[in-house]
Design a protein around this ligand. Structure first.
Ligand code: KG4
Ligand code: ZN
Length: 376
């Protein structure tokens, strides 16, 4: 599985850097980036352009899939051109085109993937269909040369899971949410509190002036010893309290209590996962990475950093720009695959659901069927 991809006219990954154009269109960001991966595994982001659609969706309090898909169609050409221009490269310097092929909103995924297929065909370049979650998984490697394996907490608006990342495309799921994702909980609770959209950052701002001890909120899955998450009880309890709020101070106190409850759960499950991971890690360096949009939250970072330090794990979180959706992480995941010859055919499907650990998802249908599947 190593060596030069069959129809690449580009660089030899054994001796030369690979330069990949990556595209991301799975939710409400149209993004393109150019990333160079050296043979020694170091990554260099030559450009990373993110066109946010937040203004298109704000009036609706959440992402409207149809609006997102149309907006991606309008933006993708310009965003990709800007990524090439800002990287100061032209097509002759590009060794491959990578695009998110799922999981995500299918209309948007199809826009980016189709664009990538067209470019690959027109320029005779290899195509790499990238799992969006694999992008988040490698996002910390954009700025730090982290070796495999490492333990990853992936927390975003669509996902909440703990993963043992053993290599490129080699991932084992340790735990996952059984209902909402953590970012989704932030967003929905913020909405019920009238804090606006997007909810996560708004709730974090409101929490800054709050007293987390004022409201008691339920703790999920107490008594269980696994690494699964649940946020639906918290969401319901918070929504009920939200209806009684009359002052800004009460609102701030509820925001602080909600944030503390989410942090506590993330920290508790991650600590448990670290203990289990360390017990079978042998000589491997203990590294804990947090990625995904919720990793932008300062209280989340601080709690996890402390839990990692307590257990002798090196703690890594990508810079904020690479926590939320971006194309640099897709380009890097694509480059790592390209270096191993793991390219895709032009018939690569757009997949609304695509679990990273397919074996775990199949063995545990609770995490693959229905709405629970996409979150986990
Ligand atoms: O990774 P991302 O950009 O998109 C997904 O793949 O979901 O993550 C977006 C999520 C949203 O739910 C957003 O509210 C949350 O990340 N988020 C935050 C913060 N910044 C973004 N949640 C809490 N605190 C933040 N500062
Ligand atoms: Zn994401």
């Amino acid at each position: 599985m190593s060596g030069r991809p069959p129809y690449s006219r580009g660089s030899d990954p054994a001796t030369e850097a690979l330069t990949v154009l990556g595209l991301e269109t799975s939710c409400d960001e149209t993004a393109a980036a150019v990333v160079r991966l050296s043979p020694d595994g170091r990554a260099e982001v030559l450009s990373s352009v993110v066109h946010s659609q937040i203004d298109d969706h704000a009036a609706y309090g959440g992402v409207v899939p149809e609006i997102a898909a149309r907006s991606h169609v309008e933006a993708i050409d310009g965003v990709a051109r800007r990524a090439l221009a800002e990287a100061a490269v032209d097509w002759t310097a590009i060794d491959g085109v990578a695009a998110t092929a799922g999981p995500g909103l299918i209309g948007g995924v199809m826009v980016g993937l189709s664009w990538a297929k067209g470019a690959a065909l027109a320029r005779n370049l290899p195509l790499v269909a990238v799992n969006h979650l694999e992008g988040h998984a490698v996002s910390a490697r954009l700025t730090e040369p982290i070796a495999y394996p490492f333990l990853l907490l992936l927390v975003s608006g669509g996902h909440c899971q703990l993963l043992d990342v053993r290599g490129v495309g080699e991932v084992r799921r340790i735990g996952a949410t059984i209902d909402d994702a953590a970012g989704e909980a932030f967003d929905k609770i913020a909405k019920s509190m009238g804090l606006g959209y997007p909810g996560g950052p708004a709730l974090e701002r409101a929490a800054a002036a709050g007293d987390a001890g004022r409201y008691e909120l339920p703790r999920a899955l107490l008594g269980r010893k696994d690494c699964d998450f649940s946020f639906s009880g918290l969401k319901t309890a918070a929504a009920r309290i939200a209806q009684t709020l009359t002052t800004d101070q009460e609102r701030a106190d509820l925001a602080a209590a909600v944030q503390a409850a989410i942090v506590r759960q993330l920290v508790e499950r991650s600590g448990r996962a670290m203990d289990g991971w360390a017990a079978q890690a042998g000589e491997a360096e203990r590294v804990f990475v947090v990625a995904g949009g919720v990793a932008a939250n300062r209280a989340v970072r601080a709690g996890l950093e402390q839990a990692a330090a307590k257990r002798g794990f090196r703690f890594l979180a990508p810079p904020l720009a690479y926590c939320t959706d971006n194309a640099a992480m897709i380009a890097l995941a694509g480059a790592e695959r390209l270096a191993l010859g793991l390219t895709s055919g032009l018939d690569a499907p757009a997949r609304p659901r695509w679990p990273l650990d397919e074996a775990a998802a199949l063995a545990d249908p609770m995490h693959v069927a229905g709405r629970k599947g996409a979150k986990a």
